[in-house]
Every structure is written in C-alpha cells, then in structure tokens.
Ligand binder design. Structure first.
Ligand SMILES: NC(=O)c1ccc[n+]([C@@H]2O[C@H](COP(=O)([O-])OP(=O)(O)OC[C@H]3O[C@@H](n4cnc5c(N)ncnc54)[C@H](O)[C@@H]3O)[C@@H](O)[C@H]2O)c1
Length: 388
C-alpha cells in the first residue's frame, strides 16, 4: 500500500477518513490508524508559500515518522511547485483550503486528529495591506482565531503533547530609532495594517493560552530572504529587475534598515522552537544582520554584476528613488539572545553567502520565476490535483 501524497488520499478513501460517517461516529480503529502509522500528525498552514515551503520540506525530510499535512488556499502567493520535491513522500499530504472557513477547519482537524499546528498562512505583503486592510483582518486575525478554535475543540479534554505554534513577525514591535533592539518584552506598536493584523493574531494566541490553557508558542522573526520568495518582495524583485536591466525603485532615501535572515535558518529555528521551546513563551528570531535598503541594493547590484559578467557598478545605475510608503517603519532589529542562549540556535550562513546562494537560485530557476510572474504556476494545482 502506497501512502504517498495523492495516492495516500486515494488509498484511504475506502476506509473513509473524511466523510461517510456521521459526525463523531467514525470507528475508533479508523481514527487511530494514523496514530499507529505516524508518531505525530502535524498541520502546517501556508506550506505552499515562501517560508512555509521551507518548513514543510525540512519537516517532511527530517521527520519521516510525522505525518505532515500542508494546508494552503493557494492564493497568488501560494505555489505548489515550491514543494514539488516532497509531494511524493509517504508522510506528506496536501490539502487545499481556506483558514477563513471555520467549518472546513473543524472537519480537517477531525479528519487528521492533529497533535500540533505550525501556523504560517497569512496575507504577508505590507503594500497590499495598505490597499486592502480587510483582507488582512479576515485571513490573519479571523483565520487564526478559526484555527485556535479548531485546535481548542479537538484538544480541550487532553492538552498533553499538543502544540499550537504561531509564526509572527518583528513588525509587531513597530519602529526603532538609531539604536536599540526588539526583545521579547518590547511593547507592541504596529504601524501598518499588516503588522496590526499580525499583532492582533499574536494577542489571540496568547489569550487562548491564558484563558483556556491551549499549549502555544509564538516566534517573531525579522525579514527573510532566500529561494522561492514571491517576486513582489524587495530581494527577488530586485534580482529579477537587475537581470532584466529594469529600474530598481527604492522607497524614500533608502535609509530604512532591516535585519535580514536566510529563510533556511528561519526554518531551522522553527524546528528547534517546535521541539524544545517552552509553551506560553515567545522567541525572537533574527540574524544580527542589519542593512539599510540602499546598502543592501548596492551589495545585490555588485554581486550580480560579477555573476552576470557585467562591468562593476553598472547595475547601480538602475536605482531610482520613489515616493515613500505611508507609515514606513524606519528600523527593525531583533535581539535573538534568548533563542541563542536557551535553544542554541544561530544563523548558519552570513549575509553575503546567503545572498549569493539566493541569487544563484533565481538565476538557475528562470522557469519558476517566469511561471510566477505570468501566473502560470496557478495551473499546477489543476494539473496535479484537479480531479480531487
Ligand atoms: N517573509 C518574511 O520576511 C516574514 C518574516 C517574519 C514572519 N513572517 C510570517 O511568516 C508567515 C509566512 O510568510 P511568507 O513570507 O512565507 O508568506 P507568503 O505570502 O509567501 O505565504 C503565505 C501562504 O499562505 C497562504 N494563504 C494565504 N491566505 C490563506 C488562507 N486564507 N487560507 C490558507 N492559506 C492561505 C498563501 O497561499 C501562501 O502560500 C506569515 O505568517 C508571515 O507573517 C514572514
């Protein structure tokens, strides 16, 4: 019997893990079949997105005794090609679905009897949040509360060995001046609709821990970069523009400062927090790696000139300064001492190394970039899962 991806679905249908039995009447042996096959059943939301796809890959490969269920609505930011390399693994299942729909989640939790949730699904782009804040409330706030309710209802009689792990951002802390770092005790002060929605979702997670006893943990991470990031975000957008010799639009004076972390190091941190973090706690994750936007763009231009065999400095001519984003936070910087001291995590690559790997990936994966920018990638689900 093959338990891989779609085959798994097909093979388990006759014993019915989803419908067929009236609510709550599914036989004991069916409910526990997965418990025998796998040590844990872990729901990862947003696993077709940028960070989620790296977390899914790490967990599927590193923990063959965990069943990993990747739940994603496949919005413009979700791309199943990001997890193509693990889709045939016996411990991987993909479920298309929307965290805004509470009934769907109830059935999903009942179907898989999850032990843990790693929640990454979100609307994640600040510029889009300024255009349409309500979409961010619906997915990031209501979607998170729907997930909390589904977990609470499934686990409420026995919290042992359960975990709701919520992935958040350093943007909830607001903006720093020239000095200082965000610690886990920094007061929340979000400025964009995106960060406000993430802050609200963090508060709900804590409130479920404090009110109902839901075992939960939160991590707040700095800006990520690396392979598979949707090219609306700064680094992939600029790699693509430099390659095509298109203008590089820089907000304001380019002096905004961000703390950059390679996405694979974020996934490693998530793995450590998931396994060793204390429930009820918050962990900040960052690279101790601050760059102003303009310095970062200069570095990107110079590495790409070298890789593309262009005269040194030529790509810098593409830089054009554009009108600032409203409510733009000046500086973010994370103090990652707690995760370093308590769990022993630290970044595995320095910025130039990570940036160089990232540029190589985008240059080697032109097809991925072309599919993403043209919208072609959205056909992949229909081709692979259309019959479901
Ligand atoms: N990118 C960063 O630098 C960064 C830094 C810190 C924290 N985070 C957080 O990490 C998480 C992942 O960020 P990302 O950059 O990978 O985002 P992303 O936009 O690349 O991916 C988000 C994923 O969520 C899915 N999704 C969106 N709405 C959904 C819904 N209603 N139901 C189910 N799935 C839905 C999308 O299809 C997509 O696959 C987010 O919670 C974000 O706030 C991101």
């Amino acid at each position: 019997m093959c338990f891989c991806g779609r085959d798994y679905e097909r093979n388990t249908r006759p014993v019915d893990l989803g419908g067929g039995f009236a609510e709550g009447t599914r036989p004991y042996y069916v409910k526990n079949l997965l418990k025998i096959m796998f040590k844990k059943s872990v729901l990862i939301t947003g696993g077709a997105g940028f960070i989620g796809s790296h977390v899914v890959r790490l967990f599927v490969n590193k923990y063959p005794d965990y069943q990993i269920v990747n739940l994603d609505a496949l919005t413009y930011a979700g791309n199943l090609e990001n997890v193509k390399d693990v889709e045939k693994q016996p411990n991987y299942v993909f479920e298309k679905g929307d965290i805004r729909v509470a009934d769907f989640l109830k059935n999903l939790f009942e179907k898989y009897n999850f032990d843990a949730v790693i929640h990454l699904a979100a609307e994640s782009h600040v510029d889009r949040s300024i255009e349409n804040p309500l979409a961010f409330v619906e997915t990031n706030v209501i979607g998170t509360v729907n997930l909390l309710n589904a977990a609470k209802n499934l686990w409420k009689n026995d919290w042992r060995d359960k975990l709701f792990y919520h992935i958040s951002t350093d943007e909830v802390y607001g903006s720093l001046g020239k000095t200082g770092l965000f610690t886990e005790n920094t007061a929340y002060d979000p400025h964009s609709p995106y960060s406000a929605s993430k802050a609200a979702s963090d508060h709900f997670v804590r409130s479920y821990h404090d009110t109902y006893g839901l075992p939960s943990v939160i991590s707040n991470c700095s800006n990520n970069y690396g392979p598979n990031q949707f090219p609306e975000k700064l680094i992939p957008l600029f790699i693509n523009n430099i390659k095509l010799q298109k203008p590089l639009p820089v907000y304001g004076d380019g002096q905004y400062t961000r703390d950059w972390l390679f996405v694979i190091d974020h996934a490693r941190a998530i793995d450590m927090i998931f396994h060793q973090g204390k429930t009820g706690e918050t962990y900040n994750i960052g690279g101790f790696n601050e760059y102003t936007n303009i310095d970062l763009i200069h570095l990107l231009c110079d590495i790409m000139d070298e890789k593309l065999g262009r005269p040194k400095g030529s790509s810098r001519n593409l830089i054009t300064f554009v009108k600032d984003r409203p409510g733009h936070d000046k500086r973010y910087a994370i103090d990652a001492t707690k995760i370093n001291k308590e769990l022993g995590w630290k970044p595995s690559v320095n910025f130039e190394e990570g940036l160089s790997k990232t540029i190589d990936w985008y240059l080697e994966n032109e097809e991925w970039l072309k599919n993403v920018t043209s919208g072609e990638y959205q056909k992949y689900y229909d081709e692979m899962y259309g019959g479901r």
